[in-house]
Design a protein around this ligand. Structure first.
Ligand code: CP
Length: 336
C-alpha cells in the first residue's frame, strides 16, 4: 500500500507516469476503472477546486466520494497521541482512520497548519497520524505541502513549454493582506527541482525564505536532476529570460504566529504583484497560480486575462492528475 503525502516519497519516473496517465484520462474522461470503489475526503479547511475536482473525478471513474467536514457536519477529531480528550474533539484519529479504512478504499485529508508555532506545524503531524492509523492509501489534499497541486502544475508546464529540464522557472512571492500558508511555495520548489528546472525564487526579504527542509530538498533534488536553485530580491533579473512564472504569497516564517508584526515587514512590497511590465522581461513565459487569487493584489487583471495565463489549465489539470492518482493508488485500470 502506498500513500501520497509528499512528492518527495515518489520518484520522478513514477510522477511522470501519473502525468502521462492524466493526459490520457483528459482525452478519455469517462469510464469505470474504479466501479464500486469509495473515497472519504476530510476537509478541516475550506476548498473549492480540491473538493470539486476530487468529487467529480471519483464520479467519472465510477467511484463515489464522501465529503466530511470534521468539527462541522462530522465529529471533531483529536490528532495528538496520548491526550486526555476533555476538549472539543469527540473522537480520536485512531478510530476515525480505522472506521474509514473499513468503509473506504482511500482517504484524503486537508489540514492547514495552525499558524501558531512553526516548530510544531513543520512536522506535519496531522496527516502523519492519519497515515499511521489508516490501512488504506492516504492522499494529502494540502497540509504544509500540496502535492496534488504539484502534479497539476507540472502537467500544465509540460503541456505549454514541453520538456522542463534546464528551463527557467520563477517562483515569485507576492503581497497579500495576511500571511498565508507556505504549502504551495514549498511544493513549487519540490516539483520544479524534481523535474530539473532552473529555479529562481524571488522574495522581497530573506525573512521570506522557506523552511530549510524544503530549501535543502530543492537543492539536492535539483542537483540530482541537473537543475539549479537560486534566490534573489531583484525583480528585474528574476523575470529576465523566464520560461514559466509561478506566483504565490506566503508568510514570513520568523514572524509565524505574529501576523501584526509580519504585516509591517510585508507592507512595502505590494509592488511584487505580477504585471505586464514584469512579464515583458520574460522569454514569452507562461504565468500560473494555484488559485484562489486576489486580482490586482497578486496579479493584475491584464495578466490574468492574457493568453499566457494558464491558471485555468492548471485548475482543470487538478481533475486529470487526481484521477490518475486514484487509479494508481486503488489499482484500477485505465488508459495508460
Ligand atoms: N488550489 C486549491 O487547492 O484550491 P482550493 O483551496 O479551492 O481547493
Amino acid at each position: 500500500m502506498r500513500h501520497f503525502l509528499s512528492t518527495q516519497d515518489w520518484s520522478r519516473a513514477d510522477l511522470q507516469s501519473l502525468l502521462d496517465r492524466a493526459a490520457k484520462l483528459r482525452d478519455t474522461p469517462i469510464g469505470e476503472p474504479l466501479k464500486g470503489r469509495t473515497i472519504a475526503l476530510l476537509f478541516l479547511n475550506p476548498s473549492m477546486r480540491t473538493r470539486t475536482s476530487f468529487e467529480i473525478g471519483a464520479f467519472q471513474l465510477g467511484a463515489h466520494a464522501v465529503i466530511l467536514e470534521p468539527g462541522k457536519a462530522a465529529w471533531g477529531i483529536e490528532f495528538e497521541p496520548g491526550v486526555v480528550m476533555d476538549g472539543e474533539a469527540e473522537e480520536h484519529i485512531a478510530e476515525v482512520a480505522g472506521v474509514l479504512s473499513r468503509y473506504c478504499d482511500a482517504i484524503g485529508l486537508r489540514a492547514f497548519p495552525l499558524f501558531k508555532d512553526w516548530s510544531i506545524d513543520r512536522q506535519d503531524r496531522v496527516i502523519k497520524a492519519l497515515a499511521e492509523h489508516a490501512s488504506v492509501p492516504v492522499i494529502n489534499m494540502e497540509t504544509i505541502v500540496h502535492p496534488c497541486q504539484e502534479l497539476a502544475l507540472m502537467r500544465t508546464l509540460q503541456d505549454h513549454i514541453g520538456q522542463p529540464d534546464g528551463r527557467k522557472f520563477v517562483l515569485t512571492w507576492t503581497w497579500h493582506p495576511r500571511p498565508l500558508n507556505t504549502a504551495v511555495a514549498n511544493s513549487a520548489l519540490l516539483i520544479a527541482s524534481k523535474f530539473g528546472l532552473n529555479i529562481t525564487m524571488l522574495i522581497p526579504d530573506d525573512a521570506y525564505l522557506l523552511d530549510e527542509k524544503f530549501m535543502d530538498a530543492a537543492h539536492y533534488q535539483a542537483e540530482d536532476a541537473g537543475g539549479s536553485v537560486e534566490t534573489t530580491t531583484d525583480i528585474e533579473s528574476a523575470y529576465t529570460g523566464a520560461d514559466f512564472v509561478y506566483a504565490k504569497s506566503w508568510g514570513a516564517l520568523p514572524f509565524y504566529g505574529r501576523p501584526e508584526a509580519e504585516a509591517k515587514l510585508r507592507e512595502p512590497y505590494r509592488h511584487f504583484m505580477v504585471d505586464e511590465q514584469k512579464m515583458a522581461l520574460t522569454n514569452q513565459a507562461r504565468f500560473s497560480h494555484c488559485l484562489p487569487l486576489r486580482r490586482n493584489i497578486k496579479a493584475t487583471d491584464a495578466v490574468m486575462n492574457a493568453d499566457y495565463c494558464v491558471a485555468l489549465d492548471e485548475a482543470e489539470n487538478r481533475l486529470h492528475v487526481q484521477k490518475a492518482l486514484l487509479v494508481e493508488l486503488l489499482g484500477g485500470s485505465s488508459p495508460g
